[in-house]
Ligand binder design. Structure first.
Ligand SMILES: [Zn+2]
Length: 266
């Protein structure tokens, strides 16, 4: 799935955590930012496709394969491998927590212990993990391709998902549902009274999950393939035709315009 949808789903999950775990607006914003970072972070492994990867990381780590080969392989640092696992979500939550703790200690010249710091900011860490895990779940209905899903339980060899129920990108319907949920939840989070807030945000989020699951499972085309496919362009065309059918021509055209003007694949 595309990066923007991953970021939005991370923020949406963070709104639920913020509503239930935090009252201070400033800290609620931090929770939303953590959710967004968690939602985006797993695709850091796509850096192997960066045009300067071989001259920088490749040379630095003495890698035997080019970035392009690494991306489509099943090395631990390939796309959909270690960085797309639950253990990575937990590990990076601790690493970022430790970094934040060090910065906090230097800035405030305090003797607070790491344990107490984590306890005070646990909701931020949970939002990061929730955004991260939602990213992994969002990638599962995409095609198996070279990997066969995501390495959810790394270091085991089992790749999970890769069903090809949805295409890699152009899933505008799913994106719009998640954006709508995110915007409504943020408005509710900062504008509504506390008690109604939680119920409304929980209900809207549950409804969004249900609608997204329905959209994933009611595609008319099958996007499943493993390894490489000669039907890539045809599947991409089907994906766009499908979106036109679901959204209607005016909304589809608007989304296509947005897509064309964005620097990221969407
Ligand atoms: Zn991903």
């Amino acid at each position: 799935m595309d990066l923007l949808t991953h970021i939005c789903s991370g923020i949406a999950s963070a709104t639920v955590i913020a509503a239930f775990a935090e009252k201070q607006p400033a800290k609620r914003w931090k929770i939303l930012v953590a959710g967004a970072i968690g939602g985006a972070f797993p695709d850091i492994d796509a850096i192997s496709m960066w045009s300067r990867f071989d001259a920088t990381f490749g040379r630095l780590f003495g890698l035997n394969h080019s970035g392009k080969v690494i991306y489509g392989e099943k090395f631990w640092y390939s796309h959909h491998a270690f960085f797309h696992s639950i253990i990575a979500a937990l590990l990076f939550a601790v690493v970022f927590g430790l970094l934040a703790y060090i910065i906090y200690k230097i800035k405030h010249k305090t003797t607070i212990s790491f344990f107490l710091y984590c306890k005070k900011n646990i909701s931020i860490g949970i939002a990061f993990i929730a955004g991260y895990v939602l990213h992994l779940l969002g990638d599962m209905p995409t095609p198996a391709s070279a990997w066969g899903g995501v390495s959810l339980f790394w270091p085991t060899d089992n790749y999970i998902g890769g069903s090809g129920k949805i295409w890699w990108w152009n899933n505008y319907d799913i994106f719009l549902l998640i954006v709508l949920c995110t915007v409504i939840n943020i408005v509710l989070l900062f504008a509504l009274k506390k008690r109604i807030q939680k119920t409304m945000i929980a209900l809207i989020s549950a409804l969004t999950i249900l609608l997204v699951v329905i959209q994933i499972n009611t595609r008319k085309y099958d996007y499943a393939y493993s390894g490489h496919t000669s039907h890539y362009a045809e599947m991409e065309r089907h994906s766009k035709e499908e979106q036109k059918r679901i959204l209607g021509k005016p909304l589809y055209s608007a989304m296509e315009w947005v897509d064309k003007h964005l620097p990221v694949q969407f």
